[in-house]
Design a protein around this ligand. Structure first.
Ligand code: IPT
Length: 953
């Protein structure tokens, strides 16, 4: 009788693997031939790690009946099994290093011929740039070994095994392994060979590992270059006249590399067997005076956390997608990336070198799930796992050390503290003393060179900025960065401008990295974009995986527009007496790369525009510039304003010449409030009341028409479909208003009619708006008057009872039978809320009801436009006094609230319009702090009014 024993010890072995070569520097190409093995592979999925033997690895095996799969790729995104999303919980029982018997295992098979010109001499390596989570590899029937470390490169020496004819490469990939315990990042679990597979020829005398040391002395303006190489050779940099031996040092005048001025020098490392192209950027990173300085100047990180994501291909990113990310970052004024939470595809860092982004390169390490057991058994504090941690650190540092863009090494994310991370930090310092070490999970900064926090509140950040936060002596000497802040889940994040003000006010604060770059929604035939739970996972964290500044298809969300404005590298402010003050907020560049324009607007329409010569103030400096005389001829009572924009002086590598980098806007003359004399008399006429252009229901006082426009459902509205930030995260200690609002019943307000009164000049409708089960209420008076042509509604609201909660919104909602095109004068073009309104620019905007919607993957309140003076839609013109928040959609807030995915929303016949006097701020409580008190919408007595008329009438 045979007994089943522990399956496949290597899967649960905590060591990093067996058979692979030591890690080395990555480079895109050399003159040594390489053969990409990307493409269609044969694929067979098994439910367990040992369901199949290894017969498939033998040459001659007939896999003709296997499926086919794309490599790079994840099998769960190609119709085999399903993805699983958890934030920090391990989706399997925690019993390290053991993994479940149900361990989806994908056998991958690829037969390939060597190209005819493949050299007969020399060796070859087989490189895997990323496989999740554990792979065992055979070539031509010979087992090469196995490895873990999903987002790290692994190479095998394969020269003697290659055959001129057909070669058989067999790779067995297990979804779960001991390595999974080290890879508990908040993301989809996506097994597979998800990065390139390449066969690289290694000629006799090929370059092995090499380390480019290129520093910059900002005092002398000189760069010092030395290339240490495993295989000796020569280094040439023609542009600099450099021709030195490896190991030799040379100092020459150079232009430094910075993210703002990414100056690269092309060079070559020539060993006896290979010529490797180099791209050298000279820069020096130091920790000095308690600050991270590059080339002698402190940095301000305006960063994002970037996971690798594509809505169809998961973490298997193609070069175009990587480039798109970089271009989008540059176009949105982002200057830094934290590669959360693993080293990215190596080509991404080439793009960062080339276009200019500061990079915090983070190791593939997270053991967050152990927090559930107070970090007991955490691999990071268990010597048995230390070799695996060191292996990960080495694979990252060796691969990425030659990138000028990489300025900080990060040990990993959310892995607690322990001897393992200390060992990693020590190893990294020993190998590369030229970059500071980051790790957020080290509150005392024992192992790190920078104090790093996530989601600290504005108050706390300010305390840290002032140096009042205490902490260890070492920590007190270090700068702060927020490695994560401003949780961009759903609508938001709010409060960005408030953080930026702090960063710019206190030297110790060196900026932060918004969480996160892109929503990880998965394209789904029925749901639009899927999130956690949509694949039937037994444990999942819902739409917490959709918390990016980009929607899954890389459309920028309003949060990214807001961030772009908040971090713009030039501040443009209107001075009095026809001047503008231009402040350079770059850390290195002057403003000579930008050109400025002015425009003068009357009631939101540009009537004159022209170029504005601006001198080139140095970083941190300002210039006062005189504007032209305002053009004459603005009608009396018009609202006039200046808008000054900064654009690239000429097209850059990342933006066309008409790209707006920064702008400022300010009023010259303000809009007069609309006035409507109460000249018309309301008159009861059977079942209706007539007042000027309007007809009301005589019994209820409900508005029915304004001229030819039917209007329904006018009433006070306080409800908004709670945003993810309204609902907050379960671990938040502060009030979570989205939940409290619902508990109070603000989504089921009752509208009691208390009176319909006619006077000589007004129709007055009194209501009390309140939820069942409480004595809280909002007494509301609607006072309708008219001058015969226009209809004015004055609303006054008096709260009754002890309102302790802020309100979601306060305003009037109404329904229009037909509406599509929308024109408004006010804030735009995009959405804005009280703490997300920096990017909202006053102007005359045109849109459609559909285009006003922001497609948050999980539907929620969205689409408000700020500061609206007037809006026209469906034949109705609405003016506000004061300006109002305008929202229009083809469903109600209640329907929006009920939807789980965008595909749940179906347009009805009515367009529902919200005219809000107030909106609650947005905040960032889906992971971080809530709405700052100054953006709360308090339940207080309020009065506001609107004027309705027929559009174009
Ligand atoms: C923080 C994680 O580092 C990040 O991976 C992500 O999960 C983010 O939160 C939320 O989206 S950890 C946080 C719970 C403090």
């Amino acid at each position: 009788m045979s007994v089943r024993t522990t399956p496949l010890a290597y899967v649960e072995d905590v060591s990093p693997g067996r058979g692979t070569l030591p890690p080395r520097a990555w480079y895109a190409s050399s003159d040594a031939p390489a053969l990409s093995l990307n493409g269609r592979w044969r694929f067979r999925l098994s439910a367990t790690a040992d369901a199949e033997d290894d017969a498939f690895a033998a040459p001659g095996y007939d896999a003709g009946d296997w499926a086919e799969i794309a490599v790079p790729g994840h099998w769960v995104l190609q119709g085999h099994g399903a993805p699983v999303y958890t934030n920090h919980l391990y989706p399997f029982p925690v019993d390290p290093p053991h993994v479940p018997t149900e361990n989806p295992t994908g056998d991958h098979l690829r037969v390939f011929d060597l190209p005819p010109d493949w050299p007969a001499d020399g060796g070859a390596v087989l490189r895997f740039d990323g496989v999740e989570s554990c792979a065992r590899v055979w070539l031509n029937g010979t087992e090469l070994g196995e490895f873990k470390g999903s987002r790290l490169p692994h190479e095998f020496a394969v020269g003697p095994l290659l055959r001129p004819g057909g070669n058989v490469l067999a790779v067995r990939v297990h979804q779960w392994s001991a390595g999974s315990y080290l890879e508990d990042q908040d993301q989809w679990w996506l097994p597979g060979i998800f990065r390139d597979v390449t066969l690289v020829h290694r000629p006799e005398g090929a370059a092995g590992d090499f380390f480019v040391h290129a520093s910059y002395d900002h005092v002398g303006g000189e760069g010092t270059l030395r290339v240490d190489s495993e295989v000796a050779g020569r280094v040439t940099v023609p542009e600099l006249g450099v021709d030195i031996a490896t190991g030799e040092e040379v100092t020459v005048p150079v232009e430094p590399w910075t993210a703002e001025t990414p100056r690269l020098y092309g060079g070559v490392l020539a060993t006896p067997g290979e010529r490797v192209p180099l791209r050298i950027g000279f820069r020096t990173v130091v920790l000095e005076d308690g600050l991270i300085k590059v080339n002698g100047r402190p940095l301000l990180f305006k960063g994002v956390n970037r996971h690798e994501w594509h809505p169809e291909r998961g973490r298997a990113l193609d070069p175009e997608t990587m480039r798109e990310d970089v271009l989008l970052m540059k176009r949105h004024n982002v200057n830094a990336v934290r590669t959360s939470h693993y080293p990215p595809h190596p080509a991404f860092l080439d793009l960062c070198d080339e276009y200019g982004l500061w990079v915090i390169d983070e190791c593939d390490l997270e053991t967050h799930g152990f927090v559930e057991q107070a970090w007991r058994d955490n691999p990071v504090d268990d010597d048995r796992w230390t070799p695996a941690l060191l292996d990960r650190a080495a694979r990252m540092v060796e691969r990425d050390k030659n990138h000028p863009s990489v300025v900080v090494w990060s040990l990993g994310n959310e892995a607690g503290t322990g001897r393992g991370v200390t060992a990693m930090a020590q190893w990294i310092r020993g190998r590369d003393g030229s970059r500071p070490v980051h790790y957020e999970g080290d509150p005392d900064c024992r192992d790190t060179d920078v104090y790093s926090r996530m989601y600290a509140s504005h108050d706390e950040v300010e305390r840290i900025g002032r140096g009042l936060d205490g902490g260890t002596a070492k920590r007190r000497r270090l700068p702060l960065i927020l490695c994560e802040y401003a949780h961009a889940m759903g609508n938001g994040p709010g409060g960005l401008a408030d953080y930026q003000r702090l960063f710019e006010s206190y030297d110790r604060l060196q900026g932060g990295f918004v969480w996160e770059w892109i929503d990880h929604g998965i394209t789904h035939p029925e749901l639009g974009f899927a999130y956690g739970g949509d694949f039937g996972e037994e444990l999942h964290d819902g739409n917490f995986v959709c918390d990016g500044l980009l929607f899954p298809d890389r459309t920028p969300s309003p949060g990214l527009a807001e961030y772009k404005k908040v971090i713009e590298p030039v501040r443009i402010e209107g001075g009095g007496d026809g001047t503008v003050r231009v402040t350079n907020r770059y850390d290195f560049a002057d403003l000579s790369g930008l050109a400025f324009t002015w425009s003068y607007e009357v009631d939101g329409e540009t009537v004159a525009a022209g170029p504005l010569p601006v001198p080139a103030p140095a970083p941190g400096e300002s210039a006062e510039v005189k504007l032209p005389s305002p053009p004459a001829g603005a009608p009396a009572g018009a609202e006039t304003r200046w808008t000054v924009r900064a654009l690239p002086a000429e097209a850059t590598a990342w933006a066309p010449a008409d790209h707006v980098v920064a702008w400022g806007q300010w009023a010259v003359t303000e809009r007069p409030a609309p006035s409507v004399a109460a000249r018309a008399r309301p008159a009861a006429d059977g079942r209706v009341i007539r007042l000027g252009p309007a007809v009301f229901d005589a019994r209820t006082g409900a508005l029915r028409t304004v001229g030819g426009v039917a209007v329904t459902g006018v009433r006070l509205d306080v409800w908004r479909a709670p945003t993810d930030n309204d609902n907050g995260a379960p671990w938040q200690p502060d009030a979570r208003y989205g939940l409290l609002w619902r508990q109070l019943g603000l989504h089921r307000m009752r509208h009691r009619l208390d009176g319909v009164e006619l006077s000589d000049e007004a129709l007055t409708v009194r209501t009390r708006v309140a939820p069942a089960g409480t004595d809280l209420g909002l007494r509301t008076v609607h006072r309708w008057t008219s001058d015969g042509e226009r209809l004015r509604l004055a609303v006054s609201v008096t709260p009754e009872g002890d309102w302790t909660l802020p309100l979601p919104r306060l305003g009037v909602r109404l329904g229009l039978a037909r509406a599509d095109a929308v024109t408004w004068f006010g804030g735009g073009p995009g959405e804005a809320y009280p703490d997300t309104r920096a990017a909202s620019r006053v102007g005359r905007w045109h849109s459609t009801v559909d285009e006003l919607q922001t497609p948050y993957v999980r539907p929620q309140e969205n689409g408000a436009r700020a500061d609206v003076r007037w809006a026209e839609l469906g034949g109705l013109r609405i003016e506000g006094d004061p300006a109002f928040w305008f929202t229009a959609r083809r469903w109600t807030s209640e329907q929006l609230d009920a939807a789980g995915h965008l595909t749940d929303l179906t347009a009805g016949d009515t367009v529902w319009v919200n005219l809000d006097h107030g909106q609650m701020g947005i905040g960032s409580q889906s992971c971080g702090p809530g709405v700052l008190p100054r953006y709360h919408l308090r339940a207080e007595p309020a009065a506001f009014s609107f004027v309705f008329s027929e559009a174009g009438g």
